[in-house]
Ligand binder design. Structure first.
Ligand code: COA
Length: 152
């Protein structure tokens, strides 16, 4: 994770305790939903969704332990999060942002049918190995199928 997540360099047991303690109130307020990704009872990663710039938009992120990559786990976890978020009536779109050089991260929104909507030179601190260019992908709430009896 170090190349792509600037917070990892400051990681410690204390910061993890603080993160977990804050997670409950953030879940309760709807600001951030953090999900553990587990396999056979072991934590292998996490994904999260948090409020975006607009009330009808949410952002999403993910990471995996290196031993758990290459199996589609992050894609499936993110797909599950997408389904879950669109059960919330106020969520109209979801966004994923990653550095332009983070090809593994980019593959996830691409696989899930997101559309690239923006490339932006981000403000520091940029991710350690990043190009400094943030790529934003968006997925709109699917429109429900029109059913019922057609008008005569
Ligand atoms: C981003 C990150 C989670 C992606 O991990 P990943 O293993 O590439 O993603 P997935 O778990 O979805 O697996 C996809 C891989 O499994 C393969 N795969 C196998 N079965 C699959 C399936 N059923 N569905 C999708 N992909 C599958 C894909 O082909 C792909 O492999 P490839 O990269 O060789 O083409 C990981 O690189 C990571 O933790 N990075 C550090 C943190 C980070 O950058 N987070 C994002 C910040 S924006």
């Amino acid at each position: 994770m170090r190349p792509w997540e600037s917070w990892v360099a400051r990681h410690s047991a204390k910061s993890t305790r603080e993160f977990l303690a804050a997670s409950e109130s953030k879940w309760a307020s709807g600001d951030v939903y953090n999900y553990a990704i587990a396999k056979d009872g072991s934590l292998i990663g996490m994904c999260q969704t948090y409020r975006g710039a607009e009330p009808q938009g949410r952002r999403m992120g993910y990471w995996l332990h290196p031993a758990a990559t290459g199996q589609g786990i992050a894609t499936r976890a993110t797909a599950a999060m997408v389904t879950e978020m669109f059960t919330l009536p106020d969520v109209e779109y979801l966004e994923i942002t990653h550095d332009l050089s983070n090809a593994s991260s980019a593959a996830i929104p691409r696989r899930l049918g997101f559309t690239e909507v923006l490339r932006d030179r981000g403000t520091p601190p940029a991710v350690p190995s990043g190009s400094g260019i943030a790529v934003v992908w968006r997925l709109n709430r699917p429109t429900p199928p029109i059913n019922g009896t057609p008008c005569p």
